[in-house]
Design a protein around this ligand. Sequence first.
Ligand code: UD1
Ligand code: CA
Length: 409
Amino acid sequence: MTDRAAVILAAGHGTRMASPIPKVLHKVGGRALIDHAIDVAESLDAARIVVVLGAGAPQVSAHVAARLGAGAIAIQDPPLGTGHAVLAAKAALPGFQGEVVVMLADSALLTAEAVRPLFDLRAAGADVAVLGFHAADPVGYGRLIVTHGDRVVRIVEEREATAAERAVSACNSGVLAAPAPLLFELLGKVGRDNAKGEYYLTDVVGLAAKAGRSVRAAFAKEEVFQGVNSQAELAEAEAAFQRRRRLELMEAGVTLVAPQTVFLSWDTQLAPGVLVEPNVVFAPGVKVAPGAVIRSFSHLEGALVRGGAIVGPYARLRPGADIGEDAHIGNFVEVKKVKVGAGAKANHLTYLGDGSVGAGANIGAGTIFCNYDGFDKYETHVGEGAFIGSNTALVAPVSVGAGAYTGSG
Ligand code: UD1
Ligand code: CA
């Protein structure tokens, strides 16, 4: 752990999402935007993380408190701009003398790798380090006014920019790093005499430069700063996230026959040598071991698929499904909270919920584990090598011994 604190700004209203769900609880890759931001802060070895929230966001507060504890939350009430938001975090960092890295909460594609060059600049003597990017279309962003390559003189917001400044393609990402005492001192001097009547965090850059401090910029790819402000941008961020995760998995040796039709979650683990056919959805919590094949039109969530197993086509694995080595789960088979032993087969039209299937067992078509009587749930256990005839309703709680045979119906 370093002497570093991350301050994540999330007190904005997210009005353009037009949704009763707070913006930062919307998900990309099955993970809330606020959690993506916290993931990055954690990867940056921040000893302290402070999330700045608005007063009217109880759902977000509860979400953040559940992960980081209530002490990680600073309330900005009312929200008067990004500079004002960072000042709101000061009370949550009493006496902190280390380095603060400020991040915005609405960029799901931001990575720790993109942020780390800021710390190199700081180590090389910069008082304030800001992260920028060159935008294909810079409209709406603050522009970095730079001299001598990477020396930043000030940041000008779109609304205050002159025509010449608007032609600048170097944009402010919103991420910056500075020592806490300097940052809070400069923020104390920021006013709100601007187009939005807000305290701009970006004004600290001009103030620092004027005071003779060294302000330097590092640049990263525009893609990592793609912000989410509307439902359409959320979908764009999701698409970009999917492209990135598919490429990462393919580079790591996973075969995706039609990558653009495979949907992944932030935590999907597919081992090298896994084959995924077209049109498969991996909801969160899935791990697939080497040599397994996931066939078309399958939906997996919270499931483990062991080596050599074949799942699908048209299979549904729900949380707690544990599919053993070389086992087969076929078409229209649903598995929930069941451990399926090595080499077992359930190939057609079956529900396996709550219990276990022993190694080498054969589950006939149309078998149902009747796990719920309308009040409580019960388990079904099928022993190793057992044979369940087609169209069998196993009314739980029930056990079938190893090697046993049941007739059809
Ligand atoms: C900001 C930057 C701009 C940069 C852009 C990058 C300022 C003044 N401008 O502009 O230079 O190019 O981000 O995307 O900093 N927030 C609060 N409290 C507030 C206001 C905002 O917590 O009072 C949070 C929001 O929830 C959001 C983030 O700060 O996560 C950015 O706020 P937003 O209003 O979207 O800033 P931009 O206008 O996009
Ligand atoms: Ca924004």
